[in-house]
Design a protein around this ligand. Structure first.
Ligand code: ATP
Ligand code: MG
Length: 300
């Protein structure tokens, strides 16, 4: 259940990057406001009814039918939601053998890049705003009993950077991409430490509880300016880390560290609800806002 977009309605422009089994392009979507006749065309132009929208085209690699179905599942998930902090999916376009998700272009790109590039400009208050907005998007999904399945800083896009005085950031959580159930074990292990431990072993364990674990890891990325724990470890070291139920590094800000710790409980049932997480984040009044990630942990 998603809107079908005809191939002549989209124009593909520059390549933006690669995702999981996808290539991302900037593009333009022509949105027309009515009739097909040439006669109507001038009318539309005059009335500004035909608009060019800047979009992102997420083109799925040539793949088996089951993966295409998993891609459509994601498009359909995103078409069911309407929230200011979730990216807007216009629909899907089938262009010859290619399947393309057409979504809103978010101006300032992914959060992980911004965290690393602009770290000297980013305050703890800024990080809290981003964390709250993310928690509110996930609380919305939780209320609708929908699971995202791929929460990470790379999949958070900045509609507004909010780095100038008096402004604040505005984020949109992107779509999760190809549904997690069709990923190989290797691809799942590669998603450690974002992927919840129960999902490495068993794909059918994907639930809102898994989003809570990923949320915790994303908060760590935010605290540590885009640095990722376990990044340098090999696949088998990462797997062993989960098997031994070890703990990820903690940020120096105690209250936030406690919240992340709750999200990173190995027992999925013991993780707090997003409603609770959002309430806690709203109540947290960081006394020393300048210092939430300053003690750099051992990422080796
Ligand atoms: P995954 O499923 O692994 O998230 P993906 O297909 O979503 O894969 P990403 O790696 O998340 O791919 O995105 C690739 C790049 O495309 C990002 O680094 C970002 O620069 C850009 N990008 C993705 N979505 C958008 C968007 N809505 N607006 C602007 N840029 C985007
Ligand atoms: Mg993505």
């Amino acid at each position: 259940s998603f809107h079908q977009i005809r191939k002549n309605e989209i124009t593909q422009k520059s390549h933006l990057g690669q995702g999981t089994r996808t290539n991302i392009y900037e593009g333009v979507l022509k949105v027309s406001g009515g009739g097909e006749l040439d006669l109507d065309y001038d009318y539309r132009e005059l009335n500004n009814n035909s608009r060019d929208l800047r979009v992102v085209l997420k083109v799925l690699d040539a793949s088996h039918q089951d993966i295409a179905l998993a891609f459509f599942e994601t498009a359909s998930l995103m078409s069911q939601v309407s929230n200011i902090h979730l990216v807007f999916v216009h629909g899907v376009c089938v262009r010859e053998s290619e399947n393309i998700m057409v979504e809103e272009f978010v101006e300032h790109g992914p959060l992980d890049v911004c965290l690393r590039k602009d770290k000297s400009l980013i305050s703890a208050g800024w990080k809290f705003v981003v964390a709250r907005q993310l928690a509110s998007a996930l609380s919305y999904l939780e209320d609708k009993r929908l699971v995202h399945g791929n929460v990470c800083a790379k999949n958070i896009l900045l509609a507004r950077k909010g780095l100038e005085d008096g402004s604040s950031p505005f984020i949109k959580l992107s779509d999760p991409g190809v549904t997690f159930t069709v990923l190989s074990r290797e691809e799942r292990v590669d998603r450690i430490p974002w992927i919840a431990p129960e999902c490495v072993r068993n794909v059918s364990s994907l639930s809102t509880a898994a989003d809570k674990w990923s949320f915790g890891t994303t908060l760590l990325e935010i605290c540590f300016n885009g640095e990722v724990p376990l990044k340098e470890r090999t696949a088998s070291e990462k797997e062993r880390f989960y098997e031994k139920e070890l703990g990820l590094p903690e940020p120096s800000f105690k209250e936030l560290a406690d919240l992340i710790g709750l999200c990173h409980t190995y027992n999925p049932a013991a993780r707090p609800s997003f409603r609770t997480i959002l309430r806690d984040l709203t109540q947290l009044q960081p006394h020393d806002l300048s210092d939430i990630g300053s003690i750099s942990p051992d990422f080796s």
